[in-house]
Design a protein around this ligand. Structure first.
Ligand SMILES: CC(C)(COP(=O)(O)OP(=O)(O)OC[C@H]1O[C@@H](n2cnc3c(N)ncnc32)[C@H](O)[C@@H]1OP(=O)(O)O)[C@@H](O)C(=O)NCCC(=O)NCCS
Length: 210
């Protein structure tokens, strides 16, 4: 069923996403995460798990957020986000897995393992596009997790008919821009303001480079 609705964008601001085939509320309650569990192996041999977030991850998500440094939170949200509200929890953990999917990275062995990284896309107009954002725990940044997470998100996005990721990135966010560039050398940038740029990247290109 199609409906017009306001969604929170990746930096927390509301945007009308229009008619993008959002499931009705009843369908949302039945939404089940894709059966997607993959192993990530880092250069030092560390093995991690990537899987969809579920509503059971709310406490782990709050712990994850509270441990992020001020700089990481600023790079992710473009302001110093401190509190996680009920609305945020819904936005990050209660997903329809069609128009919005979030993947978390955790340790492999532990049940209820802490979240190490989170990446999410939210479909925006036009239909075949989604806004993407990633965040990796401070001590685990620069080890290749963001790059691998982006690729897993691209695989799931492709299954949902999404062809492009867009993202608003701070222009001084070298790590994020480097990850996008590595995955899609044909990445397009548009300078949005003195501090931010909009990127547009091909989901197929991200997958094919895998
Ligand atoms: C941006 C982020 C998600 C990337 O994830 P990550 O796991 O750290 O990234 P990776 O390790 O896969 O890749 C980082 C790349 O940036 C490069 N890099 C590191 N510091 C850099 C810098 N200052 N400038 C440019 N590139 C840099 C690394 O060399 C690496 O590239 P390589 O693999 O070719 O060597 C993560 O660093 C993060 O959470 N940052 C804070 C939140 C954020 O910025 N989110 C993005 C919002 S859109």
């Amino acid at each position: 069923m199609k409906s017009s609705t306001l969604v929170k964008t990746q930096t927390g601001f509301k945007k009308n996403i229009g008619s993008v085939g959002l499931p009705a509320k009843k369908e949302l309650r039945k939404a089940i995460p894709p059966d997607y569990r993959r192993e990530i192996v880092l250069a030092d041999g560390t093995r991690l798990m990537v899987r969809p977030i579920t509503c059971r991850d709310k406490k782990a998500f709050m712990r994850f957020h509270s441990q992020l440094s001020a700089q990481t939170r600023f790079l992710r949200y473009h302001y110093l986000k401190s509190e996680i509200t009920e609305e945020d929890l819904k936005c990050f953990c209660d997903l329809d897995y069609v128009n919005s999917i979030a993947l978390v990275v955790t340790k492999i062995q532990e049940k209820n393992a802490d979240i190490i990284a989170l990446g999410q896309f939210i479909r925006v107009p036009p239909d075949h596009t989604a806004e993407i954002a990633l965040v990796v725990e401070d001590s685990m940044q620069g080890k290749g997790i963001g790059t691998q997470l982006l690729r897993h998100l691209a695989i799931l996005a492709r299954q949902q008919g999404i062809h492009h990721f867009v993202g608003e990135v701070l222009r001084n966010n070298g790590k994020m821009l480097s990850v996008f560039n590595k995955c899609d050398p044909g990445l397009e940038y548009e300078v949005d303001s003195p501090s931010t740029c909009n990127i547009i990247t091909s989901v197929d290109q991200i997958i094919n480079g895998y």
